[in-house]
Design a binder for this molecule. Structure first.
Ligand code: HEC
Length: 102
């Protein structure tokens, strides 16, 4: 096997690991609907909405999974429960990677 083929094979083998940790580029693509409220750079468009830029990925992931499961209540949580419902675990990991990278 040529070295270049070997490198490609290694890159493909490493891809699932990256996906598990969250793919920021895929998260950015998925964040289009989020920007209306959380701003184009993760800085909230509305002062009573939270900034997401620079937040820890683990916290973002936990928050999104809790909204999706209906475990976050009160305040303005109903807005986010609706936003989180259609997200897959991979979507959540990617969105968390993206916003934590800003
Ligand atoms: C219609 C406006 C709106 C949209 C669109 C929206 N959000 Fe939110 N988001 C909110 C509001 C309001 C809150 C605060 C909810 C509460 O009080 O629990 C929030 C909270 C959050 C939190 C928790 C922040 C914290 O500090 O605990 C995360 C994470 C989040 N949103 C991510 C997202 C992502 C990712 C998307 C896109 C898939 C998205 N939001 C789309 C309005 C929105």
């Amino acid at each position: 096997m040529k070295l270049s083929n070997l490198l490609i094979a290694a890159a493909i083998a490493a891809t699932p690991m990256l996906a598990q940790a969250g793919d920021a580029a895929a998260g950015k693509a998925k964040s289009v609907t989020c920007t209306a409220c959380h701003g184009a750079n993760g800085k909230a468009a509305i002062p009573t909405y939270p900034n997401l830029a620079g937040q820890n990925a683990a916290y973002l992931e936990m928050a999104l999974k809790d909204y999706r499961a209906g475990k976050r209540n009160g305040a303005q949580s109903a807005i986010m429960t609706g936003m989180a419902k259609p997200l897959s675990d991979a979507d959540i990991a990617n969105l968390a990677a993206y916003y934590s990278s800003l």
